[in-house]
Every structure is written in C-alpha cells, then in structure tokens.
Design a protein around this ligand. Structure first.
Ligand SMILES: [Zn+2]
Length: 417
C-alpha cells in the first residue's frame, strides 16, 4: 500500500517555562498534531523551542527546521499561532519568503487566513495583513512593558473580564455575582461540545446581559474569546504567557481544557471561509443533498464548501429561506461526518420496524458504490437534529419491494477475515 511521505513539520515555541499547561510547547504540538491527523498529513518532525524569545530568529530548533526546509525535506509547516514563529513583521516576511522559495505550505491553527494558502498567495496578501500585524506588534510591546507588574499576579489597568469585578482596594478581581454564573455556564456547555454560535443563540434567547449589560447582543466571536481566556482559571496574562494570579477562578482547569479541545476540534474542521459553491461528494461518500433535512426547521439542507489550505471541505448546512424564515444558525455538518454518521446508522440498524426487515442485511451486502447508487431509491429523507442529537431516517414506502426485487447481493469474501 503506498504510504504518503512524512513531509509535515510542527513548530512550537514558548518564551519561558511556565507552570501553565495550555501555552506550553506540548499543548501547541498536541493541537498542531491534531490538525495534521485531521487533514491526513504525516508528521516527519517536531521542532520545539522552549524558553526562546520571539525577538530573534536565532533559535536552535527554528534553525534546525529552516535547514530541513532549505534541504527540501519539508512540504508543510504547522504552527499553533503566527506569533510562535515571530512577533516581528520583517522576520515574518523573511520566513514567508523562505517558505515560498522552498514551496512550503504554512498552516496556522488559530488563523486560517494565513493557513495553508499557497505561499505565493500569502506573499500578495502579506501587505494587507501587515497593517493589522503592526497594530498587534505594538499591542504586544505595550503588554510586555506591563508584564513586570503582572508578574506579581496583580491586575493592572485594562478591561475587567466578563464575570469579574475589579476590587479597587486589593487591585485584584473578584467574582461578579450576576456575570460569573453565566461565564461558568458558558464553559460548562462548551465543554459538552456546544458551539460558540449555539451558545450565542442560547445566551440571546435566555436574555442574558453581556459585558455591556445588554441583552440579545451575544456573538459567537465574543464567546470564543471568552472561552479561551485563561483569566477564568485564575491566571493572568502578561502579554506573552499566563501566570497564576490572586483572583478566584470561575472554572476548573479540567473544564477549561475540555473547552479548548472542543474549540481546537472545531478549528481543525475549518469553520471559516465559506464559499457558495456546489461540489460533488468525494470518492465513495454518499450524496445526501436532496435527502438531508434540518431537524430544527424541517427544510432541506444545502451544500457549501470550506477551503482550508489546498483542501476543500464539503459541508451540509441549513441555509434555506423557505417560508420567509431565516436559516437555522450553526446547523452544519462536514460531508464526511454526515457520510460516516449515516453509514454507521444504516449498518447498525438492529431491529428495524417490521416493514423494513431485511434492510440491514441488504445494506451490509452492498458495496460502497452500490450504496451510493441506491441510497436515493431507498431513503425518503434523513433529518439531522442538533437539539436532540438525533438522526432520523425515513425509508421510502417502496423499500420492501426494492429489497425483494433485487436478488440478495453476493456475500463479500473478504468479510469476516
Ligand atoms: Zn434549519
């Protein structure tokens, strides 16, 4: 069996050893590794610079990585965030040029805009990105200046995080009686896999007041920011890393880590860059367009494509405006996931209703190609409900006659080996 060459590198950097886990190289590497496996890339090597500053490119592991890149051993580089490579624009430019020269694709977990695009496209986009980056740099430098103060675990000026109040006497944060339970609940729900968009809907319909004391103004973006802020586990940022602080945590590290994992999964699946386009399902994926319905509003789901790097992901989404109602927010599923889900359910139907007896045997006996071809004849509709987490399959009334008409497929010899 032909194996893909391991041509993907992971780079991680941590400015200095910290007791916190999430900013550590290990955590960065774990998330990068996750993305690589999600995209079926084979990792050839991991380069971790511990305790190295972003100010210089003269770091042992980065040097080793660049040598491998120049030697043409690396086709793809994954980093957790662009500032792991550098915080300086001209250094970034230098690195990107070098990647470009060697035809190395860069994937940034936290910023899909950088991620994956052809190196040439990156270079044309870099000018556009530059202004934003410069602002970020200035902000970072300001943070660095304030870092010394924060090292003592005390709060300095700045916005009070949602869920907290600033105590003017002790100069630390205390729990906000109304907001902290909301923050706690957001984390709890997110740790169970509820998406930021769904959380925003929930917060809005629950009439929760946001950081500006307003109802109905929660956004997925803002919630994502909240969910990734380590202030809620009692740490404080000095602009580079997070340190234990004196203020009380709102969530446990266990819940916080679970949330980060859920968010990382979502990032890896690619939640941005929607493009209105219709593409065919890949390989032996089932075509569910036309039979897949949104369980929330009962309208057909349509397809869309998300591009991450050179990979195009096909999605099914609730995008219907039928009946004058807007589409359901956050109802989307990657085509490969829907395919897997439907196939699993169909193959595992244990005791189907009496009139469907024989279906499981029939289905199991079909090849992938045959499944693809007959699906539309067998199934009326599949309805996917996010709220109840249910997949409902409605068979065609003609199902029984189709099964009997067709001679039972030949048993596949390979089975049960
Ligand atoms: Zn819907």
């Amino acid at each position: 069996m032909p194996q893909l060459e391991p041509d993907t590198a992971i780079y991680a950097r941590q400015s200095r050893t910290s007791r916190t886990s999430y900013s550590s190289c290990d955590a960065q590497v774990r998330i990068c590794w996750h993305l690589a496996s999600e995209l079926s890339y084979k990792v050839r090597d991991v380069y971790s610079d511990e305790g190295e500053s972003s100010e210089s490119l003269d770091r042992p592991q980065l040097t080793r990585l660049l040598a491998a890149i120049d030697a043409g051993e690396v086709r793809r580089l994954i980093v957790y965030s662009i500032d792991r490579l550098t915080r300086r624009l001209f250094h970034l430019q230098e690195l990107l040029e070098r990647f470009n020269r060697n035809d190395v694709e860069l994937l940034v977990v936290t910023d899909p805009r950088f991620g994956g695009a052809a190196a040439s496209r990156l270079m044309t986009n870099i000018v556009a990105a530059a202004s934003e980056f410069e602002i970020e740099m200035t902000r970072e430098r300001l943070s660095d200046a304030r870092a010394a103060l924060k090292r003592q675990g005390k709060r300095v000026a700045g916005r009070v995080p949602f869920g907290y109040r600033a105590d003017s006497v002790s100069k630390t944060l205390t729990r906000h009686p109304e907001q902290s339970p909301i923050a706690e609940q957001l984390f709890e729900l997110a740790s169970q896999g509820i998406k930021p968009s769904e959380l925003a809907d929930h917060a809005n319909s629950s009439q929760w007041r946001n950081h500006q004391n307003e109802t109905g103004r929660w956004t997925p973006r803002w919630i994502t920011k909240l969910l990734t802020n380590r202030v809620y586990i009692g740490e404080i940022s000095n602009g580079v890393s997070f340190l234990p602080s004196q203020h009380p945590p709102i969530v446990s590290s266990t819940v916080f880590d679970a949330v980060q994992q859920q968010l990382a999964n979502r990032i890896a699946r690619g939640s941005s860059g929607w493009k209105r386009e219709l593409i065919k399902p890949s390989n032996d994926e089932l075509e569910l367009l036309g039979i897949l319905y949104c369980g929330q509003c009962d309208r057909p789901m349509s397809t869309s494509v998300s591009i991450r790097g050179h990979i195009r992901y096909r999605y099914y989404r609730c995008r219907s405006h039928a009946g004058g109602r807007p589409p359901c927010r956050g109802v989307n599923i990657a085509a490969f996931e829907a395919d897997r889900l439907v196939k699993t359910v169909l193959s595992e139907l244990e005791e189907p209703e009496s009139n469907h007896s024989g279906f499981t045997m029939f289905w199991r006996g079909l090849t992938d190609q045959q499944r693809k071809e007959t699906l539309g004849e067998l199934i009326e509709r599949i309805s996917l409900s996010y709220s109840t987490k249910e997949l409902t399959i409605q068979f065609k009334v003609e199902l029984d006659s189709i099964i009997t008409q067709r001679s039972p497929p030949e048993p596949i010899e390979k089975q049960g080996r």
